[in-house]
Write a protein that binds this ligand. Structure first.
Ligand SMILES: [Fe+2]
Length: 428
């Protein structure tokens, strides 16, 4: 090959490389830099999903304390128009060790807009990641719901989460209804959980809630607050005093989301009035919202399956308010089964009642002995493989589907507010 032809070929290859990098939303400057590798990146919302984005990460290099972001798109270059903000650092004691969690809150973002971001020290940066803010007045969106992921190893959670996101890449965010890990006060378990979640949680936010296992120490004592949970997930701090980030609410589009704490059994020694506090807060929160859809999440189900322990105090504390303010659906976990009640009001079947869903399991743990209770319209025990839910909001309609990890449909139903007779009816 002649020297001239070789130069042409080299130049063409470089041009092609630059086009590929720019088209991917990155920059030539990024590609040239030596990269750093922050671990366990996680997106959440601590404020309005339309204009803010919270991001946490960890690193063994204490200098990775900055985040840089920019509108994603062709020609946008971090080094020219990227905005850089410092992160906050928090050390958390864990059996003699300490871990540092970095967190940053991006504000003043444009609704419905895709952003690129990277983490670094001002000179050296990570690879580029992306997120998208919620659009103004959105009434059509999908989110994912995962049941307990607690496991001894998190490859099963990894597979459930990754498959769910691959099958539903349009999902705006996901939630996990508590018991994310088996030993909530064990740093190593959280690191495994976050490592298994990479590829999803660095792209769409997680809005999780705590379960009883978030309270457990490595020697199976109960400890509160769940410091590792609240440090690694930057969540809205609009809950009652003493339960911030364990109890919170937020709006996405036309839906009001409420996350509660059902761990009275574990936490009452630390916060004796934790149910009263939440009831008072929940009444104000539900009275205040003008969103047409109200979805509530709490780990222990108010309506349990027959083989599980009843949660009478949880039911007595919250159900009267859920009835009074017409919560559309309540999602729970804890029992590792999928169950959907008939629409219920004051414990009786009612056409315009609240539907209670026990989500199932996304990790390894299942119970062989489990069966439907009288209020269950559908019951499924995911023994052979884990499962997850998708919730599709479409204006007046909210459709829930339960999927096995391999993508086979378990259950499908919807609520249509424009057709009150059909409220809570199965899809077919
Ligand atoms: Fe649990």
């Amino acid at each position: 090959m002649s020297r001239k032809r070789s130069l042409w070929k080299f130049g063409f290859t470089m041009l092609l490389l630059a086009i590929i990098i720019i088209a991917a939303g990155g920059s030539v400057e990024t590609a040239r830099s030596a990269q750093v590798d922050p671990a366990y990146i996680a997106l959440t919302w601590s404020d309005d999903p339309k204009t803010t984005q919270a991001i946490t990460w960890q690193t063994t290099d204490p200098a990775l304390d900055q985040i840089q972001y920019i509108l994603a798109g062709v020609g946008n270059d971090f080094s020219v128009t990227g905005k850089t903000i410092p992160a906050e650092r928090e050390y958390i004691p864990d059996n003699g060790d300490t871990m540092a969690v970095y967190s940053a809150r991006l504000t003043g973002l444009k609704p419905g807009t895709r952003y690129s971001y990277r983490i670094g020290n001002g000179e050296t940066w990570s690879e580029v990641h992306f997120f998208k803010t919620a659009a103004e007045n959105v009434t059509q969106f999908k989110f994912l719901v995962f049941g307990d992921s607690q496991s001894t190893a998190y490859d099963t959670w990894h597979k459930t989460l990754q498959r769910a996101y691959q099958a539903h890449p349009e999902a705006a965010f996901f939630t996990n209804v508590g018991d994310l890990v088996d030993v909530g006060q064990n740093v190593k378990e959280w690191q495994d959980w976050f490592a298994a979640s990479q590829g999803v949680i660095d792209t769409i936010p997680a809005m999780p809630l705590t379960g009883n296992h978030e309270m457990y120490t490595p020697v199976w004592k109960v400890n509160a607050p769940p410091a590792l949970f609240t440090a690694q997930f930057q969540l809205p701090r609009n809950g009652p005093e003493g339960l911030k980030e364990q109890v919170y609410s937020f709006d996405y589009g036309n839906v009001h989301f409420v996350m509660l704490d059902s761990q009275e059994r574990e936490e009452k020694q630390f916060i004796p009035d934790m149910l009263d506090k939440q009831r008072e807060w929940l009444e104000q929160d539900l009275a205040r919202t003008d969103k047409p859809w109200k979805l509530v999440f709490l780990h222990r189900p108010p309506y349990h399956s027959k083989s599980a322990t009843s949660n009478d105090r949880i039911r007595e504390a919250f159900v009267p308010l859920l009835d009074k303010y017409h919560a559309d659906m309540v999602f729970s976990g804890h029992e590792h089964v999928y169950a959907r009640t008939y629409p219920l009001s004051a414990g009786s079947i009612a056409s315009q009642g609240t539907v209670y869903i026990t989500t199932g399991r996304s990790g390894t743990k299942y119970y062989n002995q489990a069966e439907a209770n009288g209020w269950d319209e559908v019951f499924y025990n995911p023994i052979d493989q884990p499962n997850y839910l998708t919730v599709q909001v479409n204006g007046d309609t909210l459709a829930v589907k339960a999927w096995r990890q391999d993508g086979e449909l378990i259950d499908e139903w919807h609520v249509d507010k424009s057709d009150p007779v059909r409220l809570g009816m199965a899809a077919n």
